[in-house]
Write a protein that binds this ligand. Structure first.
Ligand code: GTP
Ligand code: MG
Length: 248
């Protein structure tokens, strides 16, 4: 079929002049470019997850640590009812890190999951002096973090910051690690035995560690580190170094 025959089949109203055709092509090219740029920008934003979450139970010292990292000085605090956010340059010449202090109150701590999609790492602050009394609560919160869909998929590194090391009643980090491992070991039986479902955010009841073996942090795909620190005596350098290392 020749071009002229083909053309005779198309109604005149649908045939556009050559210059209109070029305008249309240019418009299409522009739209494609804008689309590509938007996709790239969105993709880049997604991949540049630079948020560090500071989590933990109430009174652990999260807000004082957050303030110290941000302002290099202590602060008097009251229990947080809202998250504190700051963009901090930890290494000169490097881009800033977004650090979010999540309130520890039981009705507010779930908020950590809202930040998980943009999280680079999680700092879990423990009050080393009350850990023996709070082991169950600590293990439950840690379990929620470690089994979170994003923590699993991205293998988010977790730092357990054993704070208040200045107090004579403070437990050392090895002891805190053993207590948490033993408690998570008990907890994972109950968590995985009863339900085989997902929550509203798609987090499954994950079995942490290896079946048939006592739970150990080193069996996780996430890197989990323990350090001792004291916001009281402004000793949070190890937290800063850890954040800088995981953010680089
Ligand atoms: N001795 C001692 N006290 C500390 C240390 N860090 C924080 N505190 C004190 O612990 C209390 C609680 O600190 P916050 O930073 O408000 O605790 P938080 O984890 O933000 O608590 P919520 O906002 O309720 O979740 C404050 O009185 C702090 O001064 C520490 O290293 N040593
Ligand atoms: Mg606080």
């Amino acid at each position: 079929m020749s071009t002229s025959t083909l053309r005779s089949l198309i109604p005149d109203s649908l045939i556009i002049a050559n210059n209109e055709y070029y305008t249309l092509l240019a418009l299409l090219a522009l739209l494609t470019l804008v689309g590509l740029a938007a996709t790239f920008a969105f993709g880049a934003k997604k991949s540049s997850k630079n948020t560090i979450l500071i989590t933990g139970l109430p009174f652990a010292g999260k807000t004082v640590i957050h303030y110290l990292i941000n302002h290099n000085r202590s602060v008097e605090t009251i229990t947080s009812i809202k998250e504190n956010e700051a963009n901090v340059v930890l290494t000169e010449g490097k881009s800033s890190v977004h650090i979010v202090d999540i309130p520890g109150h039981e009705r507010l701590r779930f908020k950590f999951s809202e930040f998980m999609p943009i999280a680079r790492a999680v700092v879990f602050v423990v009050d080393s002096a009350t850990v023996a009394r709070q082991t169950r609560l600590l293990a439950e919160y840690l379990y929620d973090i470690l089994s979170n869909k994003h923590a699993q998929e991205e293998r988010l590194p977790v730092l357990i910051a054993c704070n208040k090391s200045d107090l004579i009643t403070a437990f050392k980090k090895d002891r805190i690690q053993s207590l948490l491992e033993a408690e998570i070991n008990k907890l994972r039986q109950t968590r995985t035995a009863a339900l085989d479902t997902q929550d509203s955010e798609g987090n499954e009841n994950v079995f942490l560690g290896f079946e048939g073996k006592d739970f150990a942090f080193q069996d996780l795909e996430n890197e989990v580190d323990f350090i001792e620190c004291s916001a009281e005596i402004k000793n949070v350098e190890d937290i800063k170094d850890w954040i800088a290392a995981v953010s680089s």
